[in-house]
Design a protein around this ligand. Structure first.
Ligand code: IMP
Ligand code: MG
Length: 177
């Protein structure tokens, strides 16, 4: 496994993103919604940079990918969310790949009547996007490689690595992510 982004580079970038968010929300309460499970580590580091009134909730989104990296249908479980009518949302995911997850989730949350919605991703894979969505906050742009660590998994493993790594190319991703 090759290291792509070090622990210290991630930590300093997360701090800068926190500063930007803090400035943009101008003391307003923020309803953070994390996309399980990949958001886990990014979200917990990022929210600790925010000196704002913060509430934290989660939803689940899974794209079934078969044995390729092409995303299939997105299944959304938002049963853990409270009423978000009129709330200012910060939606947090680990990575923007095709853009399907963020595009569909922002639409879903708008339909639920949220006041405003901003999106934050740690990573954005270049050359893969198929859905029009611009994240408001992005940690790093990365090449089209399958990455793991800092919340990102391969078959549910490696989420606990403190850095972002690239798996050996002959270990192709399988199943759902
Ligand atoms: P999108 O809907 O195609 O943008 O994909 C976003 C989701 O795909 C992320 O939330 C991840 O769960 C998963 N994903 C995409 N690329 C990778 C990767 O390189 N490693 C791990 N998970 C990934
Ligand atoms: Mg995910």
């Amino acid at each position: 496994m090759k290291q792509l982004i070090s622990e210290s580079a991630i930590q300093s970038r997360v701090k800068s993103i926190g500063t930007l968010i803090q400035k943009d929300f101008q003391g307003e309460p923020v309803t953070v919604i994390g996309v399980l499970t990949g958001c886990l580590i990014f979200l917990s580091d990022l929210v600790r940079q925010l000196n704002l009134p913060v509430r934290i909730f989660f939803l689940r989104a899974s794209s079934y990918r078969g044995n390729t990296t092409v995303p299939g249908n997105l299944e959304v479980d938002s049963s853990m969310l409270p009423d978000i009518q009129g709330k200012n949302i910060l939606l947090i995911d680990d990575i923007l790949d095709s853009g399907q997850t963020l595009a569909k989730l922002t639409k879903h949350l708008k339909e639920k009547g949220c006041g405003s919605i901003r999106t934050a991703v740690l990573l954005r894979k270049l050359g893969r996007q198929q859905h029009a969505i611009e994240p408001d906050y992005c940690g790093f742009e990365i090449p089209d490689e399958f990455v793991i660590g800092y919340g990102l998994d391969y078959n549910d493993e490696y989420r606990n690595l403190p850095f972002i790594g690239v798996l050996d190319p002959n270990q192709l991703p399988k199943g759902k992510s």
